[in-house]
Design a binder for this molecule. Structure first.
Ligand SMILES: [Zn+2]
Length: 232
């Protein structure tokens, strides 16, 4: 693992309720309800409470004795207040004609700063060039999608830095969708869902690497390629 993450910690995190050392269910150490936001499937968002459970090994002699971990449920992505799907929905909504940072923030019940952060986070998953190269690595015969047209043409001759970030995030979303579909077409088993979401979850499930909003993230997106390659 080259991200600086602690692989052993992630292995524990990935093990659900059972301790990796002794195989017994960990003792519940803490239950905490956290507010989450997710898309409602109709273009808006809903808020809901999610219970996060921390467990610890309570078996004397186990190498993980007294070590604790978060019991992540399938589909969870660690240490994020917002679900991956929400970042995607925000970037997509900003691609619609007439939308602004403020209108999208209002629509999803977020503040403008959060919307800006989600765009920056999406853009930070990979560079457009890097994602296009990964597509070509999987299948060099298919051209990756070009940058989507700007829904609101910038008034100035050069788009602002914020707008440039949004363009890159939108393009990256398309490329990740394309990459996921290429991988599926070439025999890589990915869960159902949008490219951005399934590729990031795959990276977490396989390598324990998480793209944080405010914390240090792995250097770049990894692709599970070629199929059947052993997880590190
Ligand atoms: Zn144990």
């Amino acid at each position: 693992m080259d991200s600086g993450a602690n692989p052993e910690r992630f292995k524990l995190e990935l093990h659900g309720p059972f301790c990796l050392g002794c195989g017994r269910p960990g003792r519940v150490k803490e239950r905490r309800a956290t507010m989450q936001v997710k898309p409602d499937g109709r273009g808006g968002a809903v808020r809901y409470l999610q219970l996060r459970v921390r467990r610890e090994c309570w078996t004397p002699g186990c190498r993980f004795w007294h070590r604790s971990w978060t019991d992540y449920q399938p589909g969870d992505y660690p240490r994020r207040k917002y679900r991956l799907e929400l970042a995607l929905a925000v970037v997509e909504a900003l691609g619609e004609f007439g939308s602004t940072l403020s209108s999208v923030a209002r629509w999803f019940g977020l503040n403008r700063r959060t919307v800006g952060r989600l765009i920056g986070w999406t853009k930070g998953i990979d560079t457009v060039e890097g994602a296009a190269m990964k597509c070509a690595q999987v299948d060099p015969t298919v051209l990756p999608p070009a940058e989507p047209p700007a829904p609101n043409p910038p008034r100035a001759s050069r788009p602002s830095a914020a707008l440039e970030k949004l363009f890159q995030a939108r393009h990256l979303v398309l490329l990740l969708e394309h990459l996921a579909s290429l991988l599926r077409g070439h025999g890589v088993a990915l869960e159902q869902g949008p490219g951005l979401v399934v590729l990031l979850r795959n990276q977490f499930n396989r390598w324990g690497e998480v793209f944080f909003v405010t914390d240090r993230s792995p250097p770049s997106l990894r692709i599970p390629w070629p199929p059947g390659s052993p997880a590190s």
